[in-house]
Design a protein around this ligand. Sequence first.
Ligand code: ADP
Ligand code: MG
Length: 475
Amino acid sequence: MYKAVIGLEFHCEMKSHTKVFSNAINGFSKLSNQLVAPLDMGFPGTLPVVNKTCVKKAIEMAMILNCKIPEYMEFDRKNYFYPDLPKGYQLTQFFNPVGVDGKVVIEVNGKEKEVLIHDIHLEEDSASLDHYYDTSNIDYNRSGVPLLELVTEPCLNSADEAIEFLEYIKRIYEYTDISDCDTKKGQIRADVNVSIMDNDSKELGTKVEVKNVNSFDSIRKTIEYEIERQSKLKSEGRYDEVVQETRRFDDETGTTIHMRSKADAIDYKYFTDPNIPKYKITNELLEEIKKNIPMLAHERKNKYISEYNLSEYDAKVLVKNKKVSDYFEECVRLGADAKSACNWITTKVLAEVNKSDEITIDDVFIRPSMIAELIKLIADKKITNNQGKEVFTKMLEEHLTPVEIVKKYNMEILEDDNLVNSLVDEVLSENEKAIEDYKNGRTNMLDYLVGQVMKKSRGKANPVDAKNKLLEKIK
Ligand code: ADP
Ligand code: MG
């Protein structure tokens, strides 16, 4: 087997009110050409105005990735012609990206892995093209949408590492509210570079670039397919057939297909955009941004372990998705015991979420307030834990709150001591044989007797209470 080397160029559409250089809304529209300013169509006489929010968010991300940040914010023109690029150039950062030489440490299958970031830069998206039978539609909604492009060094060595890294980055984008990373809205795209080399070699192999892969699942398949394809050629002595080329991933076959060779590489004639004055990144600005970086996933995880005594495993499950973590924190804020809230969420609530790819925790009918209410009912011994599970199911079915369900089904635990006492007496008088067996050492008979009391109370007695009363009377 050979050693695989992977480098990623990960593009992600940012959240902002307006586009990165114009005042058109940065949003999602099912209709073409609704969110467009003249600048986004490259009209003569228009000038770009840099979106400060995007600049701040880009710097924030560069900080989180432990990058070096330049003195000035500048933008460069990447010149090429294509119908989706009306100006004839894309505004990007080529000479002075907002972050360079970063580093993060991630965990892959229980082992630490250091990932080196070559750079991260802020740029504008192009328009999008839809091709029909005899016409094509240019949709400028996407033209000028802010993009962050993160480029790694060739330092990843498996599909697992690449995906774990991307999940890590996606989580940061979500926790910082920089991007939703919504695949369905086409918010992420990656160029995946793959090469192989002999295990003991010092020199990197020939890389193949697979362009515009747009889901984590496809990225994994791309890497696995390329490693296999290149390894096969190499083991057959045909490594000269692995050439520097650009390929694309084909969803239907799960393979990659040749697009163009390195010989067709375009010279983009980069130069710094003269229409955008360079902008000094002051220490005050850096301080302000740093101060406002929210608690990230791993910090929340540590807090859950140290403050709430959750297990490492549970804490990880909760922070994996920001919405789930927010949901948990809301339960705790509303007074729920953290450990109980965690149990309900990781078992029951996530089971609902996982039933379909289409839904998130926000779509589940049961809200944090209801979880808090349910936990309180159990803590106050109004219902038993088992009844709690039944309440949960009924809440989903009937869209009612825990209190409403308990009322509707008359589930409250019997608090009437006299009544429970008389049920216990009844059970004792009807089960002389069982009592004798119990006294002769068959301790499980006690559970049987508790069961009988529960049955008579139609599940409403408190089993612990019933057990204590039985024990008292048997003596
Ligand atoms: P190019 O000049 O073709 O754009 P770069 O050196 O800028 O190539 O790298 C682009 C991307 O390709 C980076 O993400 C980098 O990590 C990755 N890369 C470079 N060399 C290799 C290689 N031999 N194997 C895998 N990935 C590589
Ligand atoms: Mg490149």
